[in-house]
Design a protein around this ligand. Sequence first.
Ligand code: NAD
Ligand code: WQD
Length: 352
Amino acid sequence: MILVTGGAGYIGSHVCIALLDAGLDVVAVDNLSNSNRTSLQRVQSICGRSLVFRYTDIRNEDVICDLLRGYGVTAVIHLAGLKAVGDSNVRPMAYYENNVLGTMRLVSAMKRANVMTLVFSSSATVYGIPKYLPLDEKHPLGPTNPYGRTKLIIEEMLKDLCRSDDGWRISNLRYFNPVGAHESGLVGEDPLGVPSNLLPFVAQVAIGRREKLRIWGNDYDTPDGTGIRDFIHVVDLASGHLSALRQLERPGLTTVNLGTGNGSSVLDVVRAFEAASGRSVPYEFRERRAGDVAVCFADPTFAQDAMGWRSTRSLEQMCADHWRWQLQNPDGYQDSAPAKVQARSGHRGRHA
Ligand code: NAD
Ligand code: WQD
């Protein structure tokens, strides 16, 4: 049995699908602060198998400990956390409390229950401003915002934990830019309010929910002047967690980039999305966004060497799958009857 924290979220729901499809049993925990339990109902219908869901916060150490013991959990995939860079500048303490304290409580519960195998969601944001490209795992670290610093602090904390006790087996996964959705169109990203990330914004423009995309900067030192990122299909990313779990016989902490190794510019994404959707995506150029770097992409070699994993899905497929999700769920999970029931009963902060 695998415990997935943040299991109802964007990446968590795809990780649950990968685990169930691989024949593993899942207990998902989530406080639904940025998600909806409908995602997990859909995960179960996609997989034709059930999972256990517990509505709780990872900071409830005793509850987590009981779940670990009660379900005979053997490993934890830890995705729960706050992730919005801009928001982290406004209310940094919420990020330290949720991400850092939350992880402290989680590993404490794990130690008490003698479950010492962990896959952690870190981020390429820990690299900060690239000193060279592609970014390999040895690149110096220097996050430039509070969110990124919480990830770096957790990474350091987990390293110390492994040094203190060689029973721990931890895989530290640094994601690049996850996009796309499950090919069924039933599960995908459901951002709160105005999306700050590129793909959800582009998708909302394509469907007519927003007038035009604002492209933050066209004067970067890149072929078309717009920023370049390593977009990775969320289904590829999810399968990386399964590969990480499988190589966790090795003690200590192993850090692995999950990216494609390919950089795509903002304009590449706009064109690919227009092709996938058959809709136009009007845009205008604006000033650079504070904190953005020109180019960022992974060296994914170590993921292949250490765990035999590599991404397989193209930018075209990422856009096609993202579009299918957007088309079938124009207002995200809010559309669905179960979500409305939850909103009325006050389970979900964001729509309640
Ligand atoms: P998400 O917000 O969709 O999922 C996170 C889930 O965790 C949500 O369902 C939320 O309700 C839950 N949660 C938050 N705090 C919790 C708590 N204290 N207790 C229980 N549940 C809690 O985000 P996502 O995109 O799926 O990201 C998952 C993880 O991956 C995060 O840790 C994020 O920092 C990391 N990550 C995401 C990206 C990205 O671009 N999406 C990139 C790199 C790393
Ligand atoms: C991509 C490109 C923008 C929106 C963020 C976090 C990072 C990680 C992934 C969690 C950039 C441009 C965007 C828009 C635009 N998350 N853009 N108009 O900034 O690479 O990474 O998400 O760990 O920590 O910082 O992703 O999708 O916001 O931007 O022009 O409306 O698209 O300037 O060049 P980013 P993004």
